[in-house]
Design a protein around this ligand. Structure first.
Ligand code: F6P
Length: 566
């Protein structure tokens, strides 16, 4: 089905109204202090709950009127129609002519037969693959599935890159307290040989299982690392006498026991030598960066178990339903997407910080970078016409409190406006005391203090009142009015992690819809891949290929040739 041309958001009455509203706020003077003082209901009006996550938007540079205009804009760009189109399998990824159905990955069994897309019962197929993954995961966890020498698997090594790595490794790190089968995971992604060298160090080949994850099964990095891992495994098993040198049947058996694959391209999996019975599929309607809850998350099902994986899926589904069914004016997912547009296009904020106050979420910002920036880092709209306003802000972050001692200076006192999401949880799996002090509360004290400091700042008079010498006063002033959203969860669980991921998936979608983008293609990664293929032969041997390079590339290669020592 053809999709409608994008609506130019900047030409809508809602956009014009938002611009007027922005100009008026600037003219009156934006002051969170004043807004809090004048409106005792501000926090109530700007707080929301979705699933078991609580959201406080009150420390943003918005008023209840801004929210009203956000919903007006959502209506004008026909966000509702677009949500329906996505959920029902319209090919909204039009540059690749594909449906966008990550929401089908987490639908319950009862939805079988209800989402037939291009002739496929999507939910039925999803559940079939999940059943196979769960059976496999149970076998590995219980020790029924063993390595070639009969020993239980102790380490799964996920080899993949981009969406086939960032989601699984982020979720593995986030859910570590739930690992309950004595199995740990490692993740190899970079084609830099250092990655594989370090991640295979200390591994026992007899108890190691590799999961090769690649949607296309053609990605250079992943296939190179998979071949290297195969060589490593066979050499190590031969060296320790587990298999006989030159025994091809034993080698094939070792690969069968120690390699499984996840891909949409099962033919290529078979070509690699992996038994198709040990391959878990997914479909081209799952984008790589939207795939952690598909078979791409197999390492998670093994480490944490099928029940936890199901809870993870329920968390996603909770937010999917909330997003699709909550009126826009109360729909915090829609409002957060619009808030990002507000900062990007009206305040011209170029970046957005995501600051988890939970060490287990330390890979969450890296994961979000692919999700958001590969989705919305674009200059043309889904009909090929140029965008009409800025798109794709830079997402970045580190866990608090580490960030506080690194880059928060710039957020507090720098010259740019950096909206920030602060994410924390009420409960911790590691409660401890330092004397009488609960350490988690000490941590949360920082979470709360930072958004307060950013919002309300410190005036020159307040600084003076502390006895600060006059010449140092300006350096110690905090302007305040630096916007933050507080996201507070009850605990970091498989369920709430699923909620958080779905939240950002849909925020990304809302922004993409306003900007008229196909948020599901990624043509911008292709040119570099093509050129790498052309340049690699020129590096050490092919002088003809070298001569075809630009002067800068040639000079860099000459430097390499002159200094190579290995
Ligand atoms: O390079 C971009 C990309 O296509 C990502 O979108 C994707 O997640 C990654 O490469 C890995 O692709 P694959 O899963 O096909 O190996």
């Amino acid at each position: 089905m053809a999709i409608n041309p994008p609506i130019d958001a900047t030409k809508t009455p809602a956009w014009v109204a938002l611009q007027k509203h922005y100009d008026e706020l600037q003219a009156e003077g934006i002051s969170l202090k004043k807004w809090f003082a004048e409106d005792p209901d501000r926090v109530k009006e700007l707080s929301f709950d979705a699933g078991d996550l609580h959201f406080d938007l009150s420390k943003n540079l918005i008023t209840p009127e801004t929210l009203r205009l956000f919903t007006f804009l959502a209506d004008e760009v026909k966000l509702g129609d677009r949500i329906k189109a996505m959920y029902s399998g319209v090919h909204i990824n039009n540059t690749e002519d594909r449906a966008v159905l990550h929401t089908a990955l987490r639908r319950p069994v009862e939805d079988e037969g209800k989402y037939i897309v291009d002739g496929q019962d999507t939910v039925k197929d999803v559940r079939e693959v999940l059943d196979r993954i769960y059976k496999f995961a149970d076998e590995v966890r219980s020790g029924k599935w063993t390595g070639i020498t009969g020993r239980k698997i102790e380490t799964v090594v996920n080899i993949g890159i981009g969406g086939s790595d960032l989601g699984p490794v982020m979720a593995y790190e986030a859910l570590k307290p739930y690992a309950d089968a004595g199995i740990s995971a490692r993740y190899i992604s970079n084609i830099d040989p250092n990655d594989l060298a370090e991640k295979t160090k200390g591994l026992d080949p007899e108890t190691t299982l590799f999961i090769i994850v690649s949607k296309t099964f053609t990605t250079l990095e992943t296939l190179t690392n998979a071949r290297e891992a195969r060589t490593w495994l066979l050499e190590e098993l031969t060296a320790n006498g587990a298999i006989a040198d030159g025994d091809e049947a034993q080698k094939a058996e070792a690969i069968k026991k120690h390699f499984v694959a996840v891909s949409t391209n099962l033919e290529k999996v078979a070509e690699f030598g992996i038994d198709p019975n040990n391959a878990f599929g997914f479909w081209n309607w799952v984008g790589g960066r939207y795939s952690v809850d598909s078979a791409v998350g197999t390492s998670l099902a093994v480490v944490f178990g099928p029940a936890r994986f199901e809870e993870f899926l329920h968390g996603f589904h909770e937010i999917d339903e909330y997003f699709a069914n909550t009126p826009f004016e109360k729909n915090v997912v829609v409002l957060l997407g619009m808030l990002n547009v507000w900062y990007r296009n009206f305040f011209k904020a170029a970046s957005h910080a995501v600051l988890p106050y939970d060490q287990y979420l330390h890979r969450f910002p890296a994961y979000l970078q692919q999700l958001t920036m590969e989705s919305n880092g674009k200059s043309v709209r889904w009909d090929g016409t140029p965008v009409t306003t800025e798109t794709g802000e830079i997402f970045w972050g580190e866990p608090g409190t580490n960030g506080q001692h690194a880059f928060y200076q710039l957020i507090h006192q720098g010259t740019q406006l950096i909206p920030a999401d602060f994410i924390a949880f009420v409960n911790t799996p590691n409660p401890t005391k330092d004397g009488d002090q609960d350490v988690h509360e000490l941590f949360l004290g920082n979470y709360l203090a930072q958004t307060k400091a950013l919002a309300f700042g410190k005036t020159a008079d307040e600084v003076r009142a502390e006895g600060t010498p006059e010449e140092i006063v300006p350096a110690r002033v905090f302007t305040g009015n630096r916007p933050t959203t507080s996201i507070f969860g009850v605990a970091l669980t498989p369920f709430s992690l699923g909620e958080l991921i779905a939240l950002y998936e849909h925020i990304t979608f809302v922004e993409g819809t306003v900007w008229g983008l196909d948020s599901y293609d990624q043509w911008g990664v292709e040119l570099g891949k093509q050129l790498a293929k052309q340049i690699t032969p020129a590096i050490s041997k092919d002088d003809e290929a070298l001569a075809q390079q630009d002067a800068s590339t040639q000079a860099l290669i000459q430097f390499y040739r002159a200094n190579r020592e290995f």
